[in-house]
Each structure stands twice: as structure tokens, then as C-alpha cells.
Design a protein around this ligand. Sequence first.
Ligand SMILES: Cc1cc2nc3c(=O)[nH]c(=O)nc-3n(C[C@H](O)[C@H](O)[C@H](O)COP(=O)(O)OP(=O)(O)OC[C@H]3O[C@@H](n4cnc5c(N)ncnc54)[C@H](O)[C@@H]3O)c2cc1C
Length: 381
Amino acid sequence: MNSFDIAIIGGGPAGAMAAYIAASRNMKVLIIEKEMLPRYKTCGGGLVFRGRNRLPFDISSLIQREFHELEVYFENSTHYFSTKRTEPIISMVMRDGFDALLVDQAREKGAQIMDKTQLNGLVPVENGLILQTSAGNIQCRYLIAADGALSPTAKMAGWGESRKLIPALEYEVTVGKADFERLSKKVRFDVDAVPHGYAWCFPKENHLSIGVGCLKKQKINLKALYQDYLEKLGIKEILSASAHGFQIPISPRKEGFSKGPVFLAGDAAGFADPLTAEGISNALYSGELVASAIAENFEHVQIANLAYQKKLEEKLLPELKTSAIMGWVFYTQPSLRNLLIQKYGQKGCELLTDIFMGKKPFPDKIKNRLKEIIPMLKFTG
Ligand SMILES: Cc1cc2nc3c(=O)[nH]c(=O)nc-3n(C[C@H](O)[C@H](O)[C@H](O)COP(=O)(O)OP(=O)(O)OC[C@H]3O[C@@H](n4cnc5c(N)ncnc54)[C@H](O)[C@@H]3O)c2cc1C
């Protein structure tokens, strides 16, 4: 039976980055991916600069468009904000090529890849696990579940569901020449185009990725809201459109992020941002953290567990907490949010842009700051 130091389930950004870092540290690493790579992934493909900047290799050949300016509109309101930076705030990628490139980089560092292979079961053994896969049994000391929002691996390893999963719908749309000419120059977000959520229009090389996401758990007809959004964008001619729906986990698991030799990263852990639902950069970051926690403490599983938790608590978890409070105000407290936007809208967009750029962290003590503005405010989210 083949044996590895670390097996990683999932060849998305979290898994590929974990493999890259672990293989760079001379670990014997295997990525198990159920699809054939490259594979389509439902995603807007908007890679914010903080994520792009983390990558230790060049991805410029894959970038379809770069945007140095962001536009944020608010439905039924005159509020409109735009921010500009000299470096690209958002780089547009198609996830099939992007994820395949990350996996290739891990392979170059020595990681082995088994695609078209699914994990079906886990059997704990002394010093690790036996993985029952569609291609036979594999042994590993550590297992990283980077298998996305549904994370069957987390279920197999005993985690219950404690993340908040929100629905999002993405369309890859080819529009007529005049519409593309007009809409491909800007990346835009339309807040409230979806109740408690937003819509986006992300221009790719030859088409638009248009999506709608709702950040509050509720019954919602995203298809109808997408149709309304097309009208709002003034799209006259659609040549083709393919719809892809999926979920985004926007709150971290409450039971922790490792159990013995099994560790969670990326969406499997619930690390997408609660305010924006942007998940690629934290998937990359958590992949980096989990691989280094294991590599640095390889002989001692319990110390590796603690080390991962500590690394997450340094930045990622506090930021998610702050972002969740901001998201609660933004999507569930419309009067307060509109008041804040009126007073601090441009400042807030500049701050969010700096966070996207990785130039500023999420603000700390956010509850105190909000209470200074509205002393009566009660946090129920
Ligand atoms: C509609 C939509 C739009 C989005 N837009 C953006 C955006 O513009 N920018 C952004 O930053 N984020 C966006 N996100 C979020 C982003 O896509 C995720 O946060 C990100 O992909 C998480 O990366 P990951 O590596 O954790 O998981 P994934 O990218 O989901 O990768 C998981 C991998 O595991 C594999 N897998 C699953 N089960 C098994 C198994 N049993 N055995 C083997 N392999 C398995 C899957 O095939 C997949 O390749 C969007 C999400 C959605 C749904």
C-alpha cells in the first residue's frame, strides 16, 4: 500500500497550497481530487490582491483581466462608491486553469496527484489513517480535508455541521459585442440587488461571470433575482449562458479545525469571508497555515493540532469574527447600515479595499466602535 506523510483531499486553492508548502518542506505529499483536472469550479473567479500576493509563484499567464478600480452600487439609493489602487484590486481567473496551475506548482515541488479519485472512507490505524479511495487503499500520517463546502471528509472524520452555508448562483454569460464592450471595462458589485446580499458582474476575457448571492439564510429565488440583475445591467443580447449554483460557508466550524491526524482548511473549515463571501484568499492562507503547522510538528500530532489552532488565532479567526459582525450590520440591519453608509460610506469602501489589498487588517474592537456611534445597539447576530 502506498504511504504518505500527508494526504490532502481536494485540489482547490486550500489543498493545492497546502501541498505546495508541505512538499517544499520535503514531506511526502499526495493530493486526491475526485474530478479530472482541470475541472470547472463554480466561482466568480475574483481573486483579490491579498490572495494573489500570497502566491509564491507567478500566475500572470492565467489572469484574464485585472481591475484597479472597484464600483459598489446600492439598490434604490443614490449611494455609489468607487475605489482605485495602483495595484490590481481584483484579478479575474477561471478556476479550472487557476486551480490546475496551483496543483502543477505543488507537483513541481514533489507532491503526487491522483485525480478522478474519490475518498470513500477513513480507518484510523496506529500512526495515522488508511484512506479508502476509489483507486484503492492509501496510508497517511496526516490528512488535510480541503474538499470544499460539502466536505465529505469532515463528515467521515466526525464533524457535525456548524458552519453557516449560504446559497450563490453564478452564470457564465456570453453577451453581444456592444454589451460586452460596455460591461467588460469595470468590475461592479450591486448591494441589495439580492435581499440581504449582493450581485456582481465580473468581466472575463471573452464573457461575463454574473452572479447573485444571499448572505442571510432564507428562502430565496436567486434565478429570478439574476434575471432582474441582467435587466439592471441593461444587457440586450445573450448569446449563451450556463448556470452553476453552489454554497459558500461563511462561518468557521464551532468544533475546531483538527481532530487527531485530520485537519480542515479552506471552505471545509468555513473560512470564506462573512462580509463578502470571498473565499479564495483564506483558502490559500489556511492551506499555508495547516501545512506549516504539520511540517513543524510532524512527530507530535497533538502539538500539530495546537500549532494549527494558534496560527489560525493569530489573524484569520479574529478577522472572520470582525467580518461576521460587519456582515450582520450590513445585511440584517438596513437602517443602521444606511446611516453608516451616509456618514462613512467612502471611508468604509476604502477600508474594505485596503483589506482586499492585504494592506490593512479588519478593524479590531468593532463592537465598541459601533456602540460609540449607536449606544443603544444590541448585537443579536
Ligand atoms: C457562486 C460562487 C461564487 C464565488 N465567487 C468567488 C470569488 O469571486 N472570489 C472568491 O475569492 N471566492 C469566491 N467564491 C468562494 C470560493 O469559490 C471558495 O471559497 C473557494 O473555492 C474555497 O477553496 P477550497 O480549496 O477550500 O475548496 P474548493 O475550491 O471547493 O476545492 C475543493 C476540491 O475538493 C474536491 N473534492 C470534494 N470532495 C472530494 C472527495 N470526496 N474526494 C476527492 N476530492 C473531493 C472538489 O472536486 C474540489 O476540487 C465563490 C463561491 C461560489 C459558490
